[in-house]
Design a protein around this ligand. Structure first.
Ligand SMILES: Nc1ncnc2c1ncn2[C@@H]1O[C@H](COP(=O)(O)OP(=O)(O)OP(=O)(O)O)[C@@H](O)[C@H]1O
Length: 237
């Protein structure tokens, strides 16, 4: 997954203002930034949910504006609120996601069971989605994003609402999928959690990339704020 010169501004300093980014196979690339920095907008552009006013987003070398269905079948994403059919069960919701992503009919049952166990939803698999707690709804959204074993994953603040057990399950899942060759783009506000999983951490401020953090750095929070403050000062002057 690649971004070159992506621009989509809503007002000066808001949105995305010229971003180059790569997510390679087998890597977890995290983007971090303050509220309103442009992370979600960037992910929407990368997924073709939003049109750039300049630049290009590519998945497997295809412009996302015209990528064929075979490319989208390899993509899993959770951006914004997890969507679920309220009256369907957890299991039925994940099965719908599997079907929409082109999982062959004979493999759907196993794929659904696998990802439900992977995200610790087994106790809730026959309950209707509308009865799930916020955190379990998030787990369901993640299960729907993962059920087809995507080679490219885009997850916007995936730990939102998750309890510590859910955070660990997600971390293990992402690391395992990454080891199997998936490329993952993830945004987060939790610098410590990001440092545990990411191979690369990119800092975004006012819609632009302002630096990178070393996941093994000793004081990642201090480094983060140093980058943000330096950029803010430059902007003010
Ligand atoms: N559709 C829109 N219309 C106008 N402004 C928008 C729109 N979408 C995003 N913005 C603005 O663009 C900026 C970036 O928003 P975005 O949601 O990408 O930030 P974010 O980094 O994901 O923030 P958070 O951490 O709070 O989720 C914000 O100032 C936001 O208000």
């Amino acid at each position: 997954m690649t971004a070159r010169g992506l621009v989509r501004e809503f007002a000066p300093g808001t949105g995305v203002s010229g971003v180059d980014l790569d997510v390679g196979t087998g890597e977890i690339h995290a983007i971090v930034g303050l509220n309103g920095a442009g992370k979600t907008t960037l992910m929407r552009l990368l997924l073709g949910m939003l049109r750039p006013s300049a630049g290009i987003a590519l998945i497997d070398g295809h412009d996302v504006a015209s990528a064929p269905a075979t490319v989208w079948a390899r993509v899993g994403h959770l951006v914004d609120h997890p969507l679920a059919y309220a009256e369907l069960t957890t299991r039925e919701n994940v099965a719908v996601a599997a079907r929409l992503h082109g999982v062959p009919r004979r493999r759907i049952d196993d794929a659904v069971t696998g990802v439900i166990v992977e995200l610790g939803l087994d106790r809730y698999s026959d309950g209707r989605a509308r009865t799930l707690s916020q955190g379990n709804r998030q787990r369901l959204g993640l299960a729907a994003a993962l059920v087809h074993d995507p080679g490219v994953l885009v997850l916007d603040e995936p730990t939102n609402g998750l309890d510590p057990a859910g955070v660990v399950l997600l971390r293990e899942s992402l690391l395992r999928r990454c080891a199997d060759g998936a490329g993952v783009l993830v945004s987060s506000h939790h610098l410590d959690e990001v440092a545990r999983v990411a191979s690369r951490i990119t800092v975004v401020n006012r819609g632009r990339i302002v630096g990178a953090l070393d996941p093994h750095g000793v004081d990642i929070e201090r480094e983060f704020f140093a980058l943000i403050h330096a950029d803010d000062e430059q902007y003010a002057s």
